[in-house]
Ligand binder design. Structure first.
Ligand SMILES: Nc1ncnc2c1ncn2[C@@H]1O[C@H](COP(=O)(O)OP(=O)(O)O)[C@@H](O)[C@H]1O
Ligand SMILES: [Mg+2]
Length: 360
């Protein structure tokens, strides 16, 4: 089912005092000079989904200077099978914290928010996804699990809980028998997560291959899923064998929390052989593949693409824009000027000092 944003109102969010837009179902192109508020608008959508920003961990940074609270209001359609539109309100004040209402009901679990409006981002920092630390790719795995396999989320929670308990016991220098008893639930949950991740990594790889072929003309780029422990061994045995080492370290050194989805070109890490622009394209392909896999089993994500033309030559830019336009999901792109990207039959908005104007 296609979740779609019908209307968005920002109040005291970043540079915006009060603005509203009515986006279209396909591509929405946000245009404006540096500092106009393009990234802030994408950030507001990301915030509506995750109650976090992609630019800062401090929510108070998002409140407009000299104000004490921000408020985002959106109307969603396609939330359930009914044609009804669902209002979503998210308010944040430094002293009162976060308040979320979906369909006028207060919501405490942020996971409920994320499920209403799954949002994926491709921005100039997305390159880190392929070139940076495994942490970002594990986050991608976890986010995907959450949206594509809600029934597995319980296993993930059990794993995290068991891991915390084992680590705490290791730090307290509990006897080996205590640690071994904690290994049992840890290994059981790890098995479930690993099984799902293996299948997901395969699906991601299959979705990514044709995208990379079109974007880069390369067939030798792949994702190598690493479970977080030696592939040929059972995790329970790995835990048993590591016991002394883990006790020394006071920490569980292997497991799904050490997994990776390593992007390789040939057999080399993508970061070491591809150019910056090429890495951006690999990252874009990864996010698009993720969007496709998730849309196939769950809800259509909304795509945010910040500064699409950055770092890309005209040919690659056109190819990426073409791929994006083929995605049957709602999207928000930003660019400095309309001539820089071909957004097709997009709805365009001009962001300037006087607010946001829909362009005809
Ligand atoms: N909390 C805030 N209150 C008011 N203005 C802000 C706040 N945070 C950032 N800004 C300003 O918002 C402007 C828009 O930033 P941004 O959305 O990154 O612009 P763009 O992506 O269009 O280049 C910047 O000039 C920035 O200084
Ligand atoms: Mg920007």
């Amino acid at each position: 089912m296609s979740a779609r944003l019908r209307r968005l109102t920002l109040a005291n969010f970043r540079c915006f005092e009060q603005v509203s837009i009515e986006p279209g179902a396909g591509v929405n192109l946000l245009l404006g000079p540096n500092g106009a508020g393009k990234t802030s608008l994408l950030e507001s959508l990301f915030f509506l989904s995750r109650a976090q920003s992609f630019r800062t961990r401090r929510r108070e940074m998002l409140i407009r200077h000299n104000q004490h609270a921000l408020r985002l209001q959106a109307t969603l359609s396609g939330v359930s099978s009914s044609p009804r539109e669902v209002p979503l309100v998210l308010a944040f004040a430094a002293d009162e914290g976060l308040q979320v209402r979906i369909d006028r009901e207060p919501v405490r679990r942020l996971s409920v928010l994320a499920q209403h409006l799954p949002v994926l981002l491709i921005d100039p920092a997305a390159r880190e996804l392929v070139a940076g630390s495994p942490r970002l790719r594990r986050r991608l795995l976890d986010w995907s699990l959450f949206h594509a396999a809600p029934t597995q989320v319980e296993a993930w929670r059990r794993y995290m809980l068991a891991l915390r308990q084992r680590n705490a016991a290791l730090r307290r220098r509990e006897p080996a028998s205590v640690i071994r008893s904690l290994d049992v639930p840890l290994a059981a949950a790890a098995g479930a997560i690993h099984g799902w991740r293996e299948g997901f990594a395969r699906a991601l790889q299959s979705a990514m291959a044709p995208l990379l072929d079109r974007l880069l003309g390369r067939e030798d780029i792949r994702l190598r899923y690493q479970s977080g422990w030696p592939a040929e061994q059972e995790f329970a045995e790995v835990l048993a064998a590591r016991l002394e080492r883990d006790r020394q370290a006071g920490l569980t050194g292997a497991g799904p929390h050490r997994a990776d989805l390593r992007p390789l070109a040939g057999n080399q890490p993508v970061a070491e052989v591809l150019s910056g622009g090429e890495q951006k394209l690999v990252a874009a392909a990864l996010v698009l593949a993720q969007a496709q896999v998730i849309a196939a089993v769950g809800r259509d994500p909304v795509l945010l693409v910040d500064d699409l033309p950055a770092e890309l030559d005209a040919e690659r830019r056109a190819k990426l824009a073409g791929l994006l336009r083929e995605m049957p999901v709602q999207q928000f792109w930003t660019a400095l000027a309309p001539g820089l990207v071909d957004a097709g039959p997009a709805r365009c908005f001009e962001i300037g000092r006087s607010g946001i104007k829909a362009m005809l």
